[in-house]
Design a protein around this ligand. Structure first.
Ligand SMILES: C[S@@+](CC[C@H](N)C(=O)[O-])C[C@H]1O[C@@H](n2cnc3c(N)ncnc32)[C@H](O)[C@@H]1O
Length: 274
């Protein structure tokens, strides 16, 4: 496994250069985001894009959400990115993490891929995580209860970035149910990271009939005015294409009052030379 990883890296020299650059303390927040130099660059991308969209829409406070926290390393990085994005854009960012706290629940049926995931995997040390992240909001319980109650109960600032990493079809469907909430709880386009759409090739063969991809397909089939869809061509916009590029989606809320609000350049009239 280690050797395979090393050979894979050697075959992509750009990745080696990035790995070295990640260790060098240079560049502004914007530069480090643009070059994908932060650990878990999908969080840096999602949080920065959400904060920038909020700034352009003149929304002063947003929320970012992680469904599936496990030990909490991802939530720690998301919180760090939120602080960096606030400093850069002035947009305040609240961080929410959802988990059972007790690891994976019981799989519901074959769509939860029980051939690879087991009940009780990914238990959390709740007290340790709360000590580490006193400002993050940790919401414990099964998503089938917590996700639907969250919006009207918590009244969060508009959600701009969501990471969904809950492995199961049933848990992803429960997380996606939050998107049925009122537009006031969302930016018109919500950046999303969907972890379980690409897996290790020795174990998981993700497809649209099981797991996270099945939940996404059903979500899109059920809604005419909200669609969760990959960001076309994202990998070509990164300095070095990486697997996480294929996990990034955006939720488009076509009938959100701000969906059509102009967020392009304000300083010049767009003109193309003859
Ligand atoms: C792979 S782990 C998350 C890893 C984490 N995102 C990270 O990057 O470190 C999946 C997590 O999803 C949680 N989970 C799965 N189904 C859930 C459900 N229905 N309700 C709440 N949490 C759930 C599990 O408890 C587990 O901690």
């Amino acid at each position: 496994m280690f050797l395979t990883r090393v050979i894979r890296l050697l075959m992509q020299p750009g990745r080696i250069i990035l790995a070295v650059m990640k260790r060098l303390p240079f560049g502004s927040y914007e530069t480090r985001c643009a070059l994908d130099l932060y650990p878990r660059p999908h969080y840096a991308y999602g949080v920065q894009q959400a904060a920038e969209l909020a700034r352009r829409l003149r929304v002063g406070r947003i929320s970012v959400v992680e469904f599936g926290v496990a030990g909490g390393a991802g939530l720690v990085e998301m919180s760090r990115q939120a602080a960096l994005a606030t400093k850069a854009t002035g947009v305040q960012i609240d961080v929410y993490g959802f988990d059972t706290g007790q690891g994976l629940p019981k799989p519901t049926d074959f769509r939860d891929l029980p051939y690879i995931w087991r009940e009780g995997d990914f238990v959390m040390d709740v007290a340790a995580l709360q000590r580490k992240l006193p400002d993050a909001h940790l919401i414990l319980g099964n998503l089938s209860d917590t996700a639907t109650q969250f919006l009207d109960g918590e009244q969060p600032a508009p959600i701009g970035f969501v990471s969904i990493d809950v492995d199961f079809y049933s848990s992803t469907a429960a997380a996606l149910a939050i998107f049925a909430g009122d537009h006031k709880y969302f930016l018109p386009r919500v950046f999303c990271y969907l972890d379980d759409t690409v897996g290790d090739d020795d174990q998981i063969i993700h497809n649209e009939y099981v797991g996270e991809l099945a939940a996404i397909r059903e979500f899109n089939e059920a809604s005419r005015t909200a669609k969760l869809s990959a960001i076309n061509g994202l990998r070509h916009k990164r300095v070095v294409p990486a697997p996480w590029n294929d996990n990034i989606f955006a939720l488009h809320r076509f009938d959100h009052p701000d969906y059509g609000t102009y967020v392009g350049r304000e300083d010049t009239q767009t003109q193309l030379p003859l």
